[in-house]
Ligand binder design. Structure first.
Ligand code: DON
Length: 571
């Protein structure tokens, strides 16, 4: 998805209190709250809710609905995600609104008669769709913590969809690409997202989404039941039936979002509040950080060969455990406590050669890598004036999901996150371990890693990112910047990123992550390293919080061209 990769020099509003040190011009400083997301109009929607007295959860719900309009590649009501919430009083919880497999799904549904994986069937079209979770998830978060009326939180999205909004040049380019590729086989999707009258979208054109506005209006008026049991559910079920999809009215009616206790860990004097299974993100991040603590990362610099080698080795082992152990906790018992314990990390660290690259093939010879995931998901972070915080990552899986729309709603292709061929591994990287094999009603394993970090019990960092299996490593890149390398939020977000996911046994470095000398040292240690374009791994819209001054400093990730941080406008 190369068109997402533009640098944008955004001059962001700073609402500094005079007594605090000046923030870099590209951080947004506020003591009245801030919303930072991949699309500035969605950040505006959330910030307006803060200005009306809504809390961080209210603002998160409004931002999420607005992203479903203004960031259709990943913002959604037809997909799913995860939300981590921490209130100013220290209470923390998570919401799992991951999609589920339809009741008629089965473990071999993406195999042909000869047992070959039908990748195309999970990439695109009606059979790729999991039962969406977003609307129930947002409603559950709102029921638990929201303070403003539900319809008020959906209203900004309705207005954006009805009146339309102007396209930036990168957005217009991306939409033209999506219409010509992902959406092209599906006439209703082309009608919804193509330029009226034909031709290509250009910068400044207005995108209106009247069908989506109607669906959002129903959700505003009737609540989530409009989606799960009302006319939207009827439409989804009818279109699925007509097109060979599996999602039924009963699947939609049965969908439940789940509140789960957060996964908790510690690193370098900080506490981490993360998402547990069915996301793998929290386990991978905590297992990696525990190893780094055991390997002695503290006090080193971001670009040292010593630091980078330790990070690659820790990631290699954490991602191997992800592949081996993790899946929906309601369909098995992932050994989360063991994997995230410092004692286990110590055993991994003791077996790590600090001078030579390990071998993924030797470490994980019993299993192989899942295929790569396409890059579209989106993360946003919110802090309000009281210090309540929300980290939310949600997705349609691939950009524009399965490409299919019902009632103007783009539906996900999340079924592709399951292991598709049970019990079978091959040299090309298919994986068949049991925890993530398809079963009716099961949630597919995710890498999404919304994260809140505290220090001495006080809020410090709110972060997360898209990027498929790169996500935990991207988030760690920001976390390490703040907790280990002494960086401010802008530097931690901007810093070039690295990735290793056990298999394929090749690390990816964003251009600039290491000097030529350091790269040479790492290669001499045995690491295979591929240099990826600068600013190509994830977009981690993040907030650093200073509990003493109660100021939030937000850095939008400029890897995402239309991103923006917004503070509540004066009333
Ligand atoms: O849940 C997951 O891990 C994937 N479906 C996320 C996909 C993704 O992040 C693509 N992103 N850029």
């Amino acid at each position: 998805m190369p068109l997402r990769r533009f640098a944008a020099a955004l001059l962001l509003t700073a609402a500094c209190r005079p007594a605090t040190p000046p923030a870099p011009a590209d951080e947004t400083v506020s003591s009245t709250g801030v919303v930072v997301s991949a699309q500035h109009l969605a950040s505006d929607a959330g910030a307006a809710i803060l200005a009306r007295g809504g809390n961080a959860v209210d603002a998160a719900v409004a931002t999420a609905f607005a992203l479903a309009v203004t960031y259709p590649a990943a913002g959604n009501i037809g997909g799913g995600g995860f939300m981590v919430v921490r209130l100013a009083d220290g209470t923390a919880t998570t919401f799992d609104y991951r999609e589920t497999a339809p009741a008629r799904a089965n473990a071999t549904m993406y195999l042909d008669r000869d047992g070959r994986i039908l990748d195309a069937a999970t990439d695109s079209g009606w059979r790729a769709v999991g039962v969406p979770g977003t609307v129930r998830g947002l409603a559950l978060a709102h029921r638990r913590f929201g303070t403003l009326p539900w319809p008020d939180l959906v209203q900004p999205a309705i207005a954006l969809a009805e009146r339309g909004f102007p396209l930036s040049a990168p957005f217009a380019d991306e939409l033209n690409w999506a219409v010509a590729n992902v959406l092209a086989p599906f006439p209703a999707s082309v009608a919804a997202y193509g330029k009226p009258g034909g031709g290509a979208w250009g910068a400044g054109d207005t995108l209106r989404l009247p069908q989506l506005a109607r669906a959002l209006r129903a959700i505003a008026e009737r609540g989530p039941d409009a989606f799960y049991t009302g006319w939207i559910a009827d439409s989804i079920a009818a279109r699925m039936r007509a097109n060979g999809g599996l999602v039924t009215h009963a699947d939609l009616a049965a969908y439940r979002a789940v509140e789960r206790p957060p996964l908790r860990g510690r690193f370098n004097g900080h506490e981490l509040i993360a998402m547990g299974p069915p996301s793998s993100g929290g386990v991978v991040m905590l297992e990696t950080l525990n190893q780094l603590e055991a390997l002695g990362l503290s006090g080193t610099a971001r670009g040292d060969a010593r630091t980078l080698h330790r990070r690659l080795e820790a990631a290699r082992r954490a991602y191997l455990d992800r592949a081996r152990w993790l899946g929906d906790p309601e369909y098995g018992e992932p050994p989360v406590e063991r994997l995230t314990s410092p004692a286990y990390a110590r055993t991994l660290a003791d077996a790590t050669d600090t001078l030579r690259a390990g071998s993924s093939a030797v470490l994980g010879r019993d299993i192989l890598s899942p295929p790569p995931e396409p890059p579209q998901t989106t993360h946003f972070s919110v802090v309000d004036a009281q210090g309540n915080a929300v980290a939310n990552t949600f997705t349609l899986e691939g950009g524009y999901g399965a490409g299919v729309t019902v009632a103007g709603i783009l539906l996900n292709n999340e079924m592709g996150d399951f292991n598709k061929k049970p019990g079978y591994t091959d040299a090309r990287g298919a994986i068949g371990t049991p925890p993530n094999v398809i079963a009716p009603g099961k949630r597919m394993l995710s890498s999404m890693s919304p994260l809140i970090v505290t220090r001495d019990g006080a809020l410090r960092l709110v972060t997360g990112s898209p990027g498929g299996r790169t996500i935990p490593n991207t988030v760690l890149n920001v976390v390490l910047g703040v907790t280990a390398f002494g960086e401010g939020i802008r530097a931690a977000v901007d810093a070039p990123r690295i990735h290793h996911q056990w298999m394929p046994d090749t690390a990816t470095f964003e251009d600039g992550a290491a000097t030529p000398d350091v790269l040479a040292s790492l290669r001499a240690m045995g690491h295979a390293i591929r240099i990826a374009p600068a600013r190509s791994q994830g977009d981690a819209h993040s907030i650093l919080y200073d509990p003493a001054s109660r100021q939030a400093r937000a850095a939008n990730d400029r890897r995402s061209p239309d991103s923006g941080a917004r503070v509540p406008p004066p009333r």
